[in-house]
Design a protein around this ligand. Structure first.
Ligand code: AMP
Length: 286
């Protein structure tokens, strides 16, 4: 596995493969953007990329512009050596780990990508500027690596909606591939931020997946009314009064607009604070 620190190196690699693809039809590049602290969720994305593409690049960049001023940018877990090992074991050909200066050469005065409407909903509502940072860094990565496919987790479902819209609006060539949520054995969606939880917060955090499963079972029993599904999910959280709910919503997955009636493809999403740690979970209804 090669480790690149500059956009120029990543671009050179991608361009070389592309000029070869005339000779070797069927070459394809998969990109897996991450913020590092790699875990089984990231590994599943790398596996999916490996299965679908002939060449795989994993990016590892804790993107400062997607963190708010009082968020965890400085203490976000960083584990470069372990990340290299996991990416290599997963079959990545390239690990792209740029510095902040490399991706933002003009600092805060850089050019940004905004996705109006969508970018202010769900996590964008509680984390102003978050999706502007996400869209900007992913645009930079897609422009640099020119992948055929870019792999993202359904765990960050609002992020997927924002990025799909960005790719459509900017006419970027990459196909966005969405991979299922990977969970711990007890149901908690795996997240790099789970390391912040103390044992009692870790136990409370199971409320997220409990609410998700509860809503799935109500839908399976025939309930379609959004207000009833959302009220029942609030009921699940009532058992854990210390938990602060950020949002519990039923939305159209492509617009992130609230719906009144659940239908196939509707996104049920929840976010809550466990101590100072904010975690999310969701399901796409069948
Ligand atoms: P992050 O490093 O947290 O920015 O995540 C990088 C990518 O991994 C994003 O596309 C996430 O949605 C995805 N991801 C994170 N956790 C999981 C998980 N538990 N299951 C599947 N994908 C995940």
């Amino acid at each position: 596995m090669q480790v690149f620190r500059t956009v120029a190196d990543l671009r050179r690699w991608s361009r070389a493969l592309r000029s070869m693809s005339g000779l070797a039809p069927g070459n394809s590049i998969g990109l897996v953007p991450t913020m590092g602290a790699l875990h089984a969720g990231h590994a599943s994305l790398i596996r999916a990329a490996r299965a679908a593409c002939t060449h795989v690049a994993v990016s590892l960049f804790v993107n400062p512009t997607q963190f708010g001023p009082n968020e965890d940018y400085t203490r976000y877990p960083r584990s470069f050596d372990a990340d290299c090992a996991l990416a290599e074991r997963g079959g990545a050909d390239v690990l792209f780990a740029p510095s902040v200066e490399e991706l933002y050469p003009n600092g805060p005065a850089s050019t940004f990508v905004e996705v109006p409407g969508l970018g202010d909903r769900l996590d964008g509502a509680s984390r102003p500027g978050h999706f502007r940072g996400v869209a900007t860094v992913v645009a930079k990565l897609l422009i640099a690596a020119e992948p055929d496919r870019a792999f993202f987790g359904q765990k960050d479902a609002a992020q997927v909606a924002v990025l799909r819209r960005m790719v459509a609006d900017l006419k970027l060539a990459a196909e966005i591939v969405v991979c299922p949520i990977v969970r711990d054995a007890d149901g908690l969606a795996i997240s790099s931020r789970n390391v912040y939880l103390n044992p009692s917060e870790r136990a409370q955090a199971l409320t997220l997946s409990r609410a998700v499963r509860h809503v799935e079972s109500l839908v399976a029993q025939g309930e379609r009314r959004a207000h009833m599904l959302i009220a029942s999910a609030h009921g699940v959280f009532a058992a854990e009064p210390e938990v602060r709910i950020d949002y519990i919503v039923l939305v159209d997955w492509s617009t992130l607009e609230p719906v009144e009636t659940a239908a196939p493809g509707t996104l049920f999403a929840v976010a809550a604070y466990f101590g100072s740690t904010r975690l999310i979970d969701n399901t796409v209804l069948r």
